[in-house]
Structure formats: structure tokens, C-alpha cells
Design a protein around this ligand. Structure first.
Ligand code: PLP
Length: 323
């Protein structure tokens, strides 16, 4: 397949799983083995970070979720400082080669590793942000709602450590505690399939809803986007997001936004949100690390009315990235 115009070679660093050396890998040379669990099973965890002005945005929250995801998969905990050092080295190489001011997408990948050795594999890649992502950031997205296709009534140990959500201690609702919902695992094929489905139906993205939890007046409960957290702006400087934990991945962008917005005088809460709440909000956003914020323009073919000042909300989200 042709490399899209304007796309340049990524910066790849391979890490030793338990700390130690970090080495640059030529992107034309392979570094993953045929029996790596990432290849054979999609078994491992990842994080996607934004590199802005030569630095990783929201690094602490990404490192916390990375460790929490690894714990949920019973993998050895990654050393946050080591990953931060490797990221800083890669970001320095990026700035040297691309110049100041070019944002990058940074993906950390940490897999259960080779079946033959049992050692995890670890690497990170910095690459250009796809033009489509930048367009969606600037122009917004058309969204369709859909059930996720599976739902699990579960809470998982570790999720609460990175989120205010989840079920409290003592509540035993672990129907399938081995399921790694709540971890950011490499198993994203279903999310990508949902996006292809959205594109095939003339939209850009999906918002998952829970068909088991339908409010009599407000419709199904809202979960999250395929690769993003749903955030609503309401009148009187209020922000809302579905309660993270369980089936809703705790988003680092949403967490940074809420902390930043609270400090700026907004009132921010994680609550159960139903479909009609999206239609009555001043603005609806899909927030995530690299796309940052894409305003939802329409939902299931119906244009969403905009109220308040969406640019103020956007500025809050951009401002939160340094926190
Ligand atoms: N929910 C899902 C399922 C995701 O894949 C992502 C990010 O990729 C998010 C939410 C948003 O998380 P973050 O803000 O940390 O990028």
C-alpha cells in the first residue's frame, strides 16, 4: 500500500522489559518475533500519548493507567520512570528531526511477550498525527450510537486506583472478573470494526450505549466512544461525563480536563448519562489524547443544537493538556 503523502518515517525505540537499555530501531527493520503474544493473541497493553512542544502531555495519568492495565492482565508492572525516560529520548529525537512545534502521536506497547522465552516485549513509536485526526479535531465529527455488542457486569481490581468510578469495596458484582474491560489492552479489533461500521454508514465515529440500561424517558445509558471519552458541556459552567470504571475506560484527557476546569470555576461531575442528555447539552465532545477534542456535530443523523461557547470548552481541554 502506498505511504500517504506527507507521512514520514516514525521514531521507534525498543525497551528492555525490566529496565536497562533503550535502543533506536530502524523502522525498516523488524523487531517483533513470530511467537509474541501481541501477534498471536493481541495479548498486552498500550497507551497513546500526545507529544506537544517536545514533551509528553498528561504523562503521569498515562503512566498510572499503563501500570493499572498491566496489573489487570497479570503482567509485571512497567517502571513508569523508565518509560518516561524512553519517551523523553524519543521526543528529543523527534524535535531534532522534525523541528519544534510538530505534534506527534506516541504509542507505548507492552506485550506478554514471546511464548518461547516468557519475557515481555516493549517498544514505543512516535509518528505523525494522521490528517483525518487533525481534521476531526478542527471540524468535529458525525456520530452514530450503537450497543458495544457485549456487556459485562463487572468491576475489576485496580480500576478504582485510576478513577473515581467503579464499584466500591465490599460490593461483589464480579460476574466475570477475569475479563479485562477497564484495561487498555491491545485487543482493539472490535473498536476498529465499530469505526468501519460508522464510516460505512456515513459517520465518523460511534458512541456506545448500554441496551440493558434504558431510562424510560431518556433512552439508553451512554458509555464511551470507540477510542474516546464522552464529555458534555451544560449551562452554568457544568461538565459531565459517564462514570468511568467497569465498561468505561477511565480517560486521561477527561481526568485532566476536569481537574483543570474545576480550577477555572467549572463544576465537573461523573454521572450516569442517557441518550437524551446528549441532545439537551450545550455541546458534546469526544475527548482523547491525540485527537484531543472533537465536537459531536450530529447524532444518528440529527444535528445537535449548540449552546454556550464551544470555543471556551475547547480552550479548557487544550489548556488541560499541560496539567
Ligand atoms: N475510551 C476508549 C475505549 C479509548 O480507547 C480511549 C483512548 O484511546 C479513551 C476512552 C480516551 O482515553 P484518553 O483520554 O486517555 O486518550
Amino acid at each position: 500500500m502506498a505511504v500517504p503523502q506527507g507521512t514520514r518515517a516514525p521514531v521507534i525505540f525498543v525497551l528492555e522489559p525490566f529496565g536497562g537499555s533503550i535502543r533506536r530501531n530502524n523502522p525498516n527493520l523488524p523487531f517483533i518475533f513470530w511467537d509474541d503474544a501481541a501477534v498471536t493473541r493481541g495479548d498486552g497493553v498500550f497507551e497513546t500519548l500526545l507529544i506537544r512542544d517536545g514533551k509528553a502531555a498528561n504523562l503521569r495519568r498515562h503512566a498510572e493507567r499503563f501500570r493499572s492495565s498491566a496489573r489487570l492482565l497479570d503482567m509485571p508492572e512497567p517502571d513508569a520512570e523508565y518509560w518516561a525516560r524512553a519517551t523523553a529520548e524519543a521526543a528529543e529525537a523527534w524535535v531534532t528531526e522534525r523541528g519544534e512545534g510538530v505534534d506527534a502521536k506516541c504509542v507505548w506497547t507492552y506485550t506478554r511477550g514471546r511464548a518461547s522465552t516468557g519475557f515481555p516485549s516493549a517498544w514505543l513509536v512516535l509518528s505523525d498525527i494522521p490528517q483525518k485526526t487533525l481534521d476531526q479535531r478542527a471540524n468535529g465529527v458525525k456520530v452514530m450510537t450503537t450497543p458495544r455488542g457485549f456487556s459485562v457486569d463487572t468491576t475489576l481490581p485496580g480500576v478504582d486506583e485510576v478513577t473515581r468510578g467503579g464499584t466500591g469495596p465490599g460490593e461483589e458484582r464480579r460476574v466475570a472478573p477475569w475479563l479485562t474491560v477497564g484495561a487498555k489492552t491491545l485487543n482493539y479489533a472490535a473498536n476498529m470494526a465499530a469505526l468501519r461500521w460508522a464510516h460505512a454508514h456515513g459517520t465518523d465515529d460511534v458512541i456506545y450505549v448500554d441496551p440493558r440500561d434504558v431510562h424510560p424517558d431518556k433512552g439508553p445509558r451512554v458509555l464511551e466512544g470507540a477510542t474516546s471519552t464522552v464529555v458534555l458541556a451544560k449551562s452554568k459552567k457544568r461538565l459531565r461525563t459517564p462514570v468511568p470504571g467497569g465498561e468505561v475506560l477511565p480517560g486521561t484527557t477527561q481526568a485532566a480536563l476536569f481537574e483543570h476546569a474545576e480550577a477555572a470555576g467549572w463544576r465537573c461531575k461523573a454521572r450516569d448519562i442517557y441518550l437524551r442528555d446528549l441532545k439537551t447539552a450545550e455541546s458534546v465532545w469526544l475527548v482523547s489524547s491525540v485527537r484531543v477534542a472533537a465536537r459531536v456535530l450530529s447524532l444518528d443523523g440529527k444535528t445537535l443544537e449548540v449552546g454556550g461557547d464551544p470555543e471556551e470548552v475547547r480552550a479548557l481541554i487544550e489548556g488541560a493538556l499541560g496539567s
